[in-house]
Design a binder for this molecule. Sequence first.
Ligand code: RTP
Ligand code: MG
Length: 140
Amino acid sequence: MATERTFSIIKPDATRRNLVGKITARLEEAGLRVIAQRRIHMTQTQAEAFYGVHRERPFFRDLVTFMTSGPVVVQVLEGEDAVAKNRAVMGATDPKKAEPGTIRAEFAESIEANSVHGSDSAENAAAEIAFFFAGVDIVG
Ligand code: RTP
Ligand code: MG
């Protein structure tokens, strides 16, 4: 597997509980390197566009409200097999179903307030990275 990049968000439930360092440490311990990072407060327009694929899902409105409820930390992660590696260290969407030791099992509050986002494919990773970062701000 070649070196790959993925996109990560530390969500508002985690920034509120001051977990940015602890979560980032988990990512680093898994072999992922933070090669770009920014703390932002997403606008409604940004959240709606970012989660556009979920527009028809019943949880879409609540998700946009949650993701705009406080600051988030957006990150570009690099490493071997980064997309799958990040998804593995995150754990399942619903923390009740997440493997012990994963970020969501340890830190998530609920299926919605689940502490982290990670791209689900290399294609989506490229699009999500480009949504938040200019090439000049990514230092691999
Ligand atoms: P993510 O996109 O944030 O990495 O999470 P995921 O792939 O594991 O989950 P996905 O199905 O893409 O859902 C995106 C986010 O929407 C919220 N959600 N709420 N109330 C619900 O039933 C529900 N289901 C999903 C979560 O914040 C989830 O991460
Ligand atoms: Mg997803």
